[in-house]
Each structure stands twice: as C-alpha cells, then as structure tokens.
Design a protein around this ligand. Structure first.
Ligand code: 13P
Length: 255
C-alpha cells in the first residue's frame, strides 16, 4: 500500500514572519500516522529558515523550481546542488504556472527533472491539461506528452525516484476541483502509461492530485485507488486548512 503524501506549494506568498508562523503551526499539528507524509515548498528566500524549523519533524522540504544547469552565468537561477546544500530534499518541476508563464517546455522540464535527480532531490513532476485541451478531448494526449518527455530521458528508473502530480490547469486556484472520478480516470491513465515502461515502478510511484483541494473535498479524492495524496496551493497557506487535508489523509490511510 502506497503512503499518502500531502504537499503544500506556497507559491509566491508570505513573509519571513508569516512563513515561520505557518511552518511552526504545521509542525505542531502534524498527524502522527506514519502512512501520511507531509512536504512543504516555500519560496526560495525562506527555504533555509523553514529547513531549520522542520528539523526532526519528519516533514520534507521542497523548492518550487530548479535550474536545469549545474552552475555558471544563469542570473537569477538556483541549482539543484544549492537546494541540497540548504536542506531541501525535493523540488517541484514543470508546474503549469512555470510552463504557461515562463515558457518551460517539456524538454526543459525533463532537463530540470534530471538535474534534480542527479543532485539527490526528489522531483515532483507536474502534468495537466488546460480547459481547452479537456474540451477538445486531448487530456490524455497532453499528459502523455508531458510524461513521455521525462520517461524517454530519465526512464522508468527516474520515475522510481520521483512523485507525479496531476494538476488540471482549469482546477488550479479556481475553486473548481476535478471530481474524484474525473481525477481517478487520469491518474489511472498515468499509472498505466508508466506501466508500459515498468510495471513495478507504476505500482509504487505516488501520484498526487492538485487543483483546489480543500479539507472538505480531500477525503473523496484521496479515497480513489490511484490518488496518493495532494499538491495543495491556496489551502496550504493556512495551517488549519493544510492540517485539515492531512487529517483527511489520515482518515483514509491512518495508522
Ligand atoms: P490550488 O490548490 O490553489 O488550486 O493550487 C494547486 C496548485 O497549483 C498546487 O501546485
């Protein structure tokens, strides 16, 4: 049985004081269940402080993006080794906001995925379709293209050391959640696509759902057979909201 993972993507929010208070409250209220894992992804400037606050808590620290390059003249970029150096164990790659707003192609995402793996970071690979894609019946084709870019470079062995997050773009920050059945359908597809490369990896990899997950819809989503937790945006910014989602995960997969 796969553990459930509840991951918070804080995006570009908060301040030193607010983020310290947030992480302290999350640490204090974290569920005891060993089958429910927590992870938080603060903005770059707060990573080191959050790393210190998380020490001994069992909560994983992640960044929100990473450079595909090792070092050099890449103004404004942060390397995977630097993230490791300040205490990160994970990093989100290919979030739809990075793809849409900063022009990250699937090839660039695959290169970031490889850079993360090479540095010993857990990549959280985001995939997902827009509303236009979905309405045109292209959901699976879009997700396949995003997934294959990584599978064809890092292989199933790369996915073995990663987490996938299915985040339909139309559900992000909109309050419109995919129904558990809609999400499950795509999660099952993703798992079967990976199984085409390696059945063992497909069975083991955690596939998170992201897009307007809240305390009151998390349990339905996390109860689906191929949904292994959530990547949470807005509801990860308030400790009570985030912990309510962690509690929902505990009800589904407690102990
Ligand atoms: P919301 O939970 O705010 O919809 O954001 C989801 C997301 O983009 C997480 O990466």
């Amino acid at each position: 049985m796969r553990n459930l993972l509840v991951a918070g993507n804080w995006k570009m929010n908060g301040s030193g004081a607010a983020n310290s208070a947030l992480v302290e409250a999350v640490v204090a209220g974290r569920p005891a269940a060993s089958s429910v894992e927590l992870l938080v992804c603060p903005p770059f400037p707060y990573l080191a402080a959050v790393a210190a606050a998380l020490k001994g808590s069992g909560i994983t620290l992640g960044a929100q993006t990473v450079s595909e390059y090792d070092k050099g003249a890449y103004t404004g970029e942060v390397s995977a080794a630097m993230l490791r150096d300040i205490g990160c164990d994970a990093v989100i790659v290919g979030h739809s906001e990075r793809r849409a707003l900063y022009g990250e192609t699937s090839e660039a995402v695959a290169a970031k995925f490889a850079a993360a793996l090479a540095a010993g970071l857990l990549p959280i690979l985001c995939v997902g379709e827009t509303l236009t894609d979905r309405e045109a019946g292209n959901t699976e084709a879009v997700v396949d293209e995003q997934l294959d870019a990584v599978l064809n470079t890092a292989g199933a062995d790369g996915i073995r050391q990663a987490v996938i997050a299915y985040e339909p773009v139309w559900a992000i920050g909109t309050g419109k959640t995919a129904s558990p059945e809609q999400a499950q359908e795509v999660h099952r597809h993703i798992r079967s696509r990976i199984a085409g490369y390696d059945a063992g990896v497909a069975a083991a990899v955690q596939i998170l759902y992201g897009g307007s997950v809240k305390g009151d819809n998390a349990e339905g989503l996390f109860s689906m057979p191929d949904i292994d937790g959530g990547l949470i945006g807005g509801a990860s910014l308030k400790a009570d909201d985030f912990l309510a989602i962690a509690e929902a995960a505990t009800r589904v997969r407690g102990s």
